[in-house]
Design a protein around this ligand. Structure first.
Ligand code: PGA
Length: 250
């Protein structure tokens, strides 16, 4: 199986410049004993400093978000070429906080995905059901439509730029984690959905990360599942020791 293991830290709106540099320096002092690609996503204003601080390190930097337009009158936004110009080629799109607080829907995410792909970026595409969906046994339908609506117009070749991050909304920042079995069940469903719409090669090659209260204490068990190829880590990515315990769970 050729797909990559990935552990990505989504720092959200945390860490100022000096805190960013301090955490990154601490991360570079840690040893990656496994085979996971490590990615960190600091806030936009610190992306350039992050790239500079991590020069010579294997740790990659990703942006947390990006505007769909190339440039123009979009006060407060950042474009793909701005991200590219500081040496970054990876962007997180569709995070549930962007969907919930900034009203990002499937149509907008389609545009963002297209812009990112046009710039040759890797997209860490987040999606996942809410608690209500799971209670009503709609979680498979919700996940399937989130994927189909924003990603299934891509060609099979373009899928080499996609990393999927399944993040059940009820597990994000709540301390509640999907059980390893629930994660595996959904990841297998996702891979199967990709396989049905594309082909088995595309499905086998896409890395599917799990996100939602991954911690040093539960990472190993979650990552041991065959269709879980890594994690998107929020809270626990803000401490070097915790984050690297998770990285080294592979
Ligand atoms: P959490 O966040 O690890 O703090 O639950 C995960 C995420 O939002 O990506």
């Amino acid at each position: 199986m050729s797909r990559k293991h990935i552990v990505a830290g989504n720092w959200k709106m945390n860490k100022n410049l000096s805190e960013t540099q301090a955490l990154l320096t601490a991360l570079t002092e840690k040893k990656n004993t496994g085979d996971a690609q490590v990615i960190v996503a600091p806030t936009a204003i610190n992306l350039h400093a992050a790239v500079t601080t991590l020069e010579g390190s294997e740790i990659k930097v990703a942006a947390q978000n990006m505007h769909q337009a190339e440039s123009g009158a979009y006060t407060g936004e950042i474009s793909a070429s701005m991200i590219d110009s500081v040496g970054i080629d990876t962007v997180i799109l569709g995070h549930s906080e962007r969907r919930a607080y900034f009203h990002e829907d499937d149509a907008l995410l389609t545009e963002k995905v297209n812009t990112a792909i046009a710039h040759g970026f890797t997209v860490i595409f987040c999606f996942g059901e809410e608690l209500e969906d799971r209670k009503n046994e709609k979680h498979f339908n919700v996940v399937e439509s989130q994927l189909k609506n924003a990603l299934f117009h891509l060609t099979a070749a373009q899928w080499s730029h996609i990393v999927l991050a399944y993040e059940p909304v009820w597990a994000i920042g709540t301390g509640e984690t999907a059980s390893p079995e629930q994660a595996q069940e959904m990841h297998a469903f996702i891979r199967n959905t990709v396989s049905t719409s594309y082909d088995t090669t595309t499905a086998d090659q896409v890395s599917i990360l799990y996100g939602g209260s991954v911690k040093p204490g539960n990472a190993k068990e979650i990552f041991s599942k065959p269709d879980v190829d890594g994690g998107l880590i929020g809270g626990a990515s803000l401490k070097a020791d915790d984050f690297f315990e998770i990285v080294n769970a592979f």
